[in-house]
Design a protein around this ligand. Structure first.
Ligand code: ATP
Length: 251
């Protein structure tokens, strides 16, 4: 199996705060990896370095064998890294399908007056993706009319329009009700497996982590303190002390 992401010796400081302290992470192609850690542990800093929003002070990052360290976000997106945010980035006045088409055109670097987003090929691919996410019935509805959970699914579907190699998700079910979160994650996991995309997802909900991650990487104070399958990480004493809180600090 090929290595999709390789981060070696990553360092990043903000003044006196060390947000990444010798972070080493190798992710094989097709794996679904959850990043956990309490607030300020360094998860977003790591994601921002992979996506090019932050330049590491030291260390290297390679995507599918190609070094991407220090490249800007647009270059890194072109090379196959996509991202979906906790708060969906959608055009509310446009339909779900048109949001997909614009995302696809932006990913192709082709959105202009002369090259309309609505090409037949792009439309077929967008509809196929909407179907994978159980969103086909919403294709012609304006995003402003759609419930929050549907918007989140749409945002992830949009991130896949460029056929990325690596997808970074930020708490895909945050703000979703307890009854909805597992069905929604089943849909997301099924769609991501069908797209054969490697996934890193930041998550605070340990039930989601246990059910849906192949592997869990725990951060604390800018360092990776555990990196193993979910059961092993959640049983780790440092993780219980500093992440899940099941062992109180100082206990
Ligand atoms: N742009 C910045 N400027 C200054 N300090 C920053 C910046 N970004 C992050 N930090 C600091 O770096 C540390 C790691 O933050 P980071 O956002 O990576 O944590 P996190 O694990 O993603 O937390 P959360 O779960 O709250 O999003 C924190 O102490 C944070 O305050």
């Amino acid at each position: 199996m090929t290595t999709m992401l390789s981060a070696r010796g990553l360092m990043k400081s903000f003044g006196a705060v060390t947000a990444a302290d010798d972070v080493n992470i190798e992710v094989p192609s097709g794996q679904r990896v959850s990043l956990i850690g309490s607030n300020g542990a360094g998860k977003t800093t790591f994601v921002n370095m992979v996506t090019g929003y932050l330049k590491p002070d030291a260390g290297t990052i390679a995507l599918d064998g190609r070094e991407i360290t220090g490249l800007g976000p647009r270059r890194i997106t072109r090379l196959g890294v996509a991202r979906s945010f906790q708060i969906p980035q959608l055009a509310l006045d446009m339909t779900a399908l048109d949001n997909m088409l614009v995302a696809a055109a932006c990913n192709d670097g082709e959105l202009s007056f002369w090259k309309p987003a609505r090409s037949p090929g792009r439309r077929a691919r967008a509809m196929a993706l909407l179907e994978r996410f159980d969103l086909a019935a919403h294709a012609q509805r304006k995003v402003s009319e759609l419930p929050g959970g549907v918007r989140k699914l749409l945002d992830i579907a949009m991130a896949l329009t460029g056929q990325p190699k690596l997808l970074l998700l930020d708490e895909p079910t945050s703000g979703v009700s307890v009854e909805e979160k597992f069905p929604m994650m089943d849909t997301i996991a099924g769609a991501l497996a069908a797209e054969k995309v490697t996934v890193l997802f930041v998550e605070h909900d340990m039930e989601i982590v246990t059910r849906y991650a192949d592997r869990v990487i725990a951060f604390y104070s800018g360092r990776v303190i555990a990196d193993d399958p979910p059961d092993a990480v959640l049983a780790d004493e440092q993780v219980q002390r500093y992440v899940t809180g099941s062992l109180r600090q100082g206990a």
